[in-house]
Design a protein around this ligand. Structure first.
Ligand code: CA
Length: 441
């Protein structure tokens, strides 16, 4: 029995009344015109407001928000005024959600975990607590560890052949090996820490960890100011494609179908606008289904590549969306749709449903590294924080409104297995911590 407080539900919804709404395959660009009337448009369930400001960063994680806007899903569910607003960095997104849309900021958007939990507790906001709700997972996979080209031929792959190459780096180079991410304490930091530690390298002692602004990441790889970089598509792909470096590992190789980024919104906004929240969720779920349809992937790449969004050549987005990765440095190419970014369905089931067990992993990993000991003191506190922030109940309500028949039946996806054989049992996170060789906790 799970230790989570939750409302166990076994929804087997019928699709009555909304049959047409989610059979999007083959509908093409006419989907808005030909779709059935939707539940949110019916009397009594109209959203309280038709607008919200949602932040995004130009990486593939943002696709469901951009597609919900561009393909008219927000409008279809009664929210035509949703603004999808580009953020300069994770720090800007954080600052903008603290001030909220009334002051020119944002109400929510896409987040790396555990940012919503840290913002809720005031951990990364100078003590100012801004309660947030996690409403849906936006994406799985689509991230990677890029390595600078200077390290070719050294076996810095998923399983590092010679960890002493990194551990002894300062002896031969006068400085430690440098690994970077764009926001401290977010999942990008946790991915690169996991990869290094699983290979016997202590990320706090053997290397130097750096926070680098997004605009400087590729340049840093080029000039040699950093050796490894944890990031989302299309950047890992670009680094290989432009000859700057290679991919040490895809996060999909480290933890297949892993939790990646999430839709989270300020709790005060959600509490004030419960119907609009359901409408947003319905729109995002519809967009996620659209994004995963192979027939739509070319159009998806074209939309995201646009000037208002990623502002990149469409060619750099196409391969990751087909699960095609040239890892470089003599590694076999990956050519598997299931290894690329997925938005609705992966090998483990539903991508969109926000599992409490995944949020608990992020907080457990935060404890592993002692990142926020002052705020998240023990497992009991971590679980209570997950219980406050996770709103899978709203996700299930929205799924029911949309007639989605197959939904997860509980807050835990069960035991998770990583590439190094370590397992995380959400019912016994202490046992996970006990298995790990390198840790601060
Ligand atoms: Ca990411």
């Amino acid at each position: 029995m799970s230790q989570f407080h939750y409302r166990r539900r076994h929804f087997l919804f019928t699709a009555a009344g909304v049959t047409g709404a989610f059979l999007l395959k083959g509908c093409g660009p006419q989907v808005q015109e030909t779709a059935q009337p939707t539940p949110a448009a019916e009397p009594g369930v109209a959203p309280e407001v038709t607008t919200i400001r949602l932040g995004f960063l130009p990486i593939v994680e943002s696709a469901p928000l951009i597609i919900a806007k561009e393909k008219g899903f927000f409008a279809k569910y009664g929210m035509p005024g949703v603004e999808v607003v580009k953020q300069a960095s994770w720090a800007s997104a954080r600052d903008n959600v603290v001030i909220g849309s009334a002051a020119g900021g944002i109400d929510g958007g896409m987040w790396q975990l555990p940012m919503p939990h840290l913002i809720t507790e005031g951990v990364i906001t100078n003590g100012q607590k801004v309660p947030m709700y996690v409403l849906a997972q936006l994406i799985t996979q689509g991230n990677g560890i890029a390595i600078a080209g200077a390290h070719q031929g050294k076996g810095l792959h998923l399983r590092i052949q010679n960890p002493d190459y990194i551990k002894g780096f300062s002896r031969t180079n006068g400085r430690k090996f440098r690994a970077a991410f764009t926001f401290p304490g977010g999942n990008q930091e946790l991915w690169i820490r996991y990869w290094l530690a699983a290979n016997g390298i202590d990320p706090d002692k053997d290397i130097e960890l750096l926070t680098v602004p997004p605009a400087e990441t590729v340049q840093g790889m080029r000039t040699g100011t950093m050796d490894a970089f944890s990031t989302g598509d299309p950047w890992p792909f670009r680094i290989v494609n432009e000859g700057i470096g290679f991919l040490g590992a895809l996060t999909a190789q480290m933890w297949p179908a892993h939790p990646e980024e999430y839709l989270a919104i300020r709790a005060d906004w959600v509490d004030k606008h419960p119907k609009a929240t359901l409408a947003l969720l319905q729109a995002v779920m519809a967009a996620q289904q659209w994004c995963d349809d192979p027939a739509n992937r070319q159009e998806l790449a074209t939309i995201l590549a646009g000037r208002n969004y990623f502002n990149v050549p469409v060619a750099v987005l196409e391969p990751p969306f087909q699960g095609k990765y040239t890892l470089g440095d003599g590694q076999p190419e990956v050519n598997d749709f299931q290894m690329g970014p997925l938005y609705w369905q992966d090998r483990q089931g539903n991508v969109s449903y926000p599992y409490k067990s995944h949020e608990l992993w992020f907080l457990t990993e935060t404890m592993r590294w002692g990142l926020h000991n002052r705020f998240i003191k023990d497992m009991d506190q971590a679980k209570k924080l997950v219980d406050r922030v996770n709103r899978a109940d709203l996700w299930l309500e929205a799924a029911k409104l949309s007639g989605i028949a197959q939904v997860p039946t509980g807050p835990s996806r069960g035991k998770e297995t990583f590439f190094d054989g370590v397992t995380f049992d959400p019912d016994n996170p202490q046992q996970y911590l006990a298995q790990l060789q390198i840790k601060r906790a």
